[in-house]
Design a protein around this ligand. Structure first.
Ligand code: ZN
Length: 245
C-alpha cells in the first residue's frame, strides 16, 4: 500500500487516510472584483496537468484533517516530499534526478496487452484444425484409387502368373520373385494412406491366388478397375505376344 507522510502528524500513513485536493500554489487574487474574466477563468478552471513532477494539495482526512502540499510524479505516482501549507514551493531541479531515476510504469502494462492479442487468434486457427475431418474424408475418397492401384497390381500379378504357366518353371520362378518385391514396396506406400483397402487388396490377392486360371481373374479386373480398363488390355496383349513368340 502506498504510504504518505503527513507533515503535521509526522508519520507515514496509508493512502486511504488521505484525499487529493487539486493543484497546489494557486493563489486567489486579493481584489477578486477587479480581476478580468479571463484571469478569473484561469484561476478557477485552468490547471497545468503536467506529465511528471506536480505540486498538489492533499488532506489528511482520516487523521489530523489538515491540508498540506506534496510533490509527486504523475507518471509513477511516487511522492518525493510533503510540506506544510504556506511553505515556499520547492525547486523542481531538486527532484530532477529522482524523476529521471524512477522508471516509468506506463510502458510495462502496454506490452502484456499486446501479448494478449495473439491469444484470440489461436482459437481462430483451432477450428481450421477441426476441419481436418474433410481431410480424413479425402483419404477415404482416395482409397478407391489405392484399390485401383492394388487392382492394377493384381492384374500384373495374374498376367505374370499366366506367363509363368505358359513359360518353363525356371523362367517363371525368376519372374515371380521380381513382382513380390515391387508389390511389397507399393503396399508400404499405400498402407499409411489407408490400411483398410490394403487388407481388402490382400484378401482379393488371396482369392486370386486360390483361383489360378487367368479366365476367372479377367472379370475381376474389369469390375474392380472400372476406370482403369486399359490396364487389363495390356495384360492380355502381353501374354499373347510372348505366346506367339
Ligand atoms: Zn495528519
Amino acid at each position: 500500500m502506498l504510504l504518505i507522510h503527513c507533515p503535521y502528524c509526522g508519520e507515514e500513513r496509508p493512502e486511504l487516510e488521505f484525499r487529493h485536493a487539486g493543484e497546489a500554489h494557486i493563489a486567489r487574487s486579493a481584489n477578486i472584483t477587479e480581476t478580468s474574466d479571463e484571469d478569473f477563468e484561469a484561476f478557477l478552471y485552468l490547471r497545468t496537468n503536467t506529465k511528471g513532477l506536480v505540486y498538489e494539495r492533499w488532506r489528511h482526512v482520516h487523521g489530523c484533517g489538515r491540508f498540506f502540499n506534496a510533490v509527486r510524479d504523475s507518471v509513477t505516482d511516487r511522492f518525493f516530499t510533503t510540506y506544510r501549507a504556506g511553505q515556499p514551493k520547492p525547486d523542481p531541479a531538486r527532484f530532477a534526478k529522482a524523476v529521471a531515476a524512477v522508471e516509468p510504469l506506463v510502458a510495462e502494462p502496454a506490452t502484456p496487452v499486446v501479448a494478449a492479442q495473439p491469444k484470440p487468434a489461436a482459437p481462430a486457427r483451432a477450428p481450421r484444425k477441426t476441419t481436418t475431418q474433410p481431410a480424413v474424408e479425402d483419404t477415404t475418397v482416395a482409397t478407391p484409387d489405392a484399390d485401383a492401384a492394388t487392382a492394377s497390381e493384381e492384374t500384373r500379378r495374374s498376367a505374370r502368373r499366366a506367363k509363368s504357366a505358359a513359360m518353363p518353371e525356371a523362367a517363371s520362378a525368376v519372374v515371380e520373385e521380381k513382382p513380390q518385391r515391387k508389390t511389397s514396396a507399393t503396399s508400404k506406400t499405400a498402407e499409411p494412406t489407408a490400411k483398410a483397402p490394403a487388407g481388402k487388396a490382400r484378401k482379393a490377392a488371396g482369392a486370386a491366388k486360390a483361383e489360378n486360371p487367368s479366365d476367372a481373374l479377367a472379370p475381376e479386373k474389369r469390375d474392380e478397375a472400372g476406370k482403369l480398363k486399359p490396364a487389363p488390355k495390356r495384360t492380355r496383349t502381353a501374354p499373347v505376344k510372348k505366346g506367339e513368340a
